[in-house]
Design a binder for this molecule. Sequence first.
Ligand code: AMP
Length: 201
Amino acid sequence: MSHDDPGRAAHHEPYTRLVMLARPGAGKTTQADRLAHRLRLTHLDTGALLRREVESSSPLGLTIASALEHGELAPDSAVMAVIGPGIDDAVSTGGYVLDGFPRHLAQAKALDAFEPASSRPQAALLLEVREEECRRRLLARASLEDRNDDTPPTIDRRLATYELEMLPVLEYYDNRGMLVRIDGDRPSELVTAQILDRLGH
Ligand code: AMP
């Protein structure tokens, strides 16, 4: 067991509650989706849930529309209102792969205060991809997908926000022995295989 394995010795139950951390553009959503499929868990894509809320023009959606458009983090209260019920539902049907949450330390702590304790994450997967490669992938995606937050200035803002906000989150999970580092700068099938291997599948 390497030192950064997430407490395998003490952890005999299968992994059913995972968070996926990575820079924007690192392939988080692709990997979370595949992993959820393989492990029969629910993929909770925070960004997609927030975008859906905006599209529905609900009062909640109106409060987060401008943040999303500018690549800024949406207010925690709104994000929790969207993701909280999703976590509850996912736990009741076997577990989750949480993608896009937490985005900063307060959200990581909020997740660890979730009740019941059996709905809190067991491990945090960190997909490591260099910033330049993420920028390149995001610009490529911009021409394929109709996402109005994939413009060069917004991409730069999102990457900068990640550097600023996520370092304390990585430390937080590392200190708890929950952080699993994955080399994300490889063909995506190999990344999936590495994740499954590290989780003991
Ligand atoms: P993503 O699809 O993960 O790139 O997220 C798209 C946008 O949704 C981000 O740029 C933020 O505006 C918002 N967002 C996603 N996840 C969160 C979160 N956990 N907290 C606050 N805002 C978020």
